[in-house]
Unconditional design. Structure first.
Length: 191
C-alpha cells in the first residue's frame, strides 16, 4: 500500500490495492517517450489525447519528448455501465486540427474491451494522416478480440476495474498519482 500521506484524505478509505506505484508510472512514461523520440526523429508528431482519462499521461509524456510535437484532444463517450463500455462510441469533442498528412500518435489511458480504440483508429484513419500509431498506458488481456496494434504499451493489468492517474470511477479518483483498485463498498455506495 502506498504511503497514506500520498493519498488525498477523502480517498483514504476507498483504496483497496495499489497496482502501479507513481515511480513505476513515471519510469515507464519516460521509457515510452524515449521510444517515441527515437521513432519520430526529424519528424513532427501530433499527439492526440483521449479525454478525460489520458490527461495525465499526455501531460507527463509531452514534457519528456524531445521531438517537435503538438497536442490535440478528442473526447468520446461509450455507452455502458460506469465500469464497462458497450462499444457504441459517440464523439463529444472532435480534434481542432486537420490531421491529413500529419504523423499522429493517439494516446489512450486504458484499452479495456478495445472498442473505443477500434472506433477511434478507424475514425482517424479515414482522415488520411501520414501515419497513425497508438500509445496505451494500460491494457487488459483479451485474446478473444482482435485489436488495433498498440505500438507503445505501458503496462498490462489484470481484468479488474482500476482508478487513478487519470482514470475515474463516477468522475472521482482521477487525481490519484498511482493506479489502484477500489474497495467493494465504494461501488455499493453508488447503487
Ligand atoms: C475509458 C478510457 C478509454 C475507454 C476504454 O474512457 O479512457 O477511452 O474507456 O474502454 P474500452 O477499451 O472498453 O472501449 P471513458 O469512456 O471511461 O471516459 P473517460 O476517459 O472520460 O473516463
Amino acid at each position: 500500500m502506498a504511503e497514506l500521506a500520498s493519498i488525498p484524505t477523502v480517498h483514504r478509505d476507498a483504496i483497496a490495492e495499489v497496482l502501479i506505484e507513481p515511480e513505476r508510472l513515471q519510469t515507464r512514461v519516460t521509457e515510452l517517450a524515449a521510444e517515441v523520440d527515437a521513432d519520430y526523429a526529424g519528424r513532427d508528431v501530433l499527439l492526440v489525447g483521449v479525454l478525460k482519462g489520458a490527461f495525465l499521461v499526455m501531460a507527463d509524456l509531452t514534457r519528456q519528448l524531445q521531438v517537435d510535437s503538438q497536442v490535440d484532444f478528442m473526447a468520446c463517450s461509450s455507452y455502458g455501465s460506469s465500469t464497462s463500455s458497450s462499444g457504441v462510441v459517440r464523439i463529444l469533442k472532435d480534434l481542432d486540427t486537420n490531421i491529413e498528412g500529419r504523423h499522429v500518435l493517439l494516446v489512450e489511458d486504458i484499452v479495456d474491451s478495445g472498442l473505443t480504440l477500434d472506433y477511434l483508429v478507424r475514425n482517424l484513419r479515414a482522415r488520411h494522416p501520414a501515419s497513425l500509431e497508438v500509445l496505451a498506458l494500460l491494457s487488459k488481456p483479451d485474446p478473444a478480440r482482435e485489436r488495433p496494434d498498440i505500438r507503445y504499451h505501458g503496462f498490462e493489468i489484470p481484468d479488474v476495474f482500476v482508478v487513478g492517474y487519470g482514470l475515474d470511477y463516477a468522475e472521482r479518483y482521477r487525481n490519484l498519482p498511482y493506479i489502484a483498485t477500489l474497495r467493494p463498498e465504494v461501488y455499493e455506495h453508488q447503487r
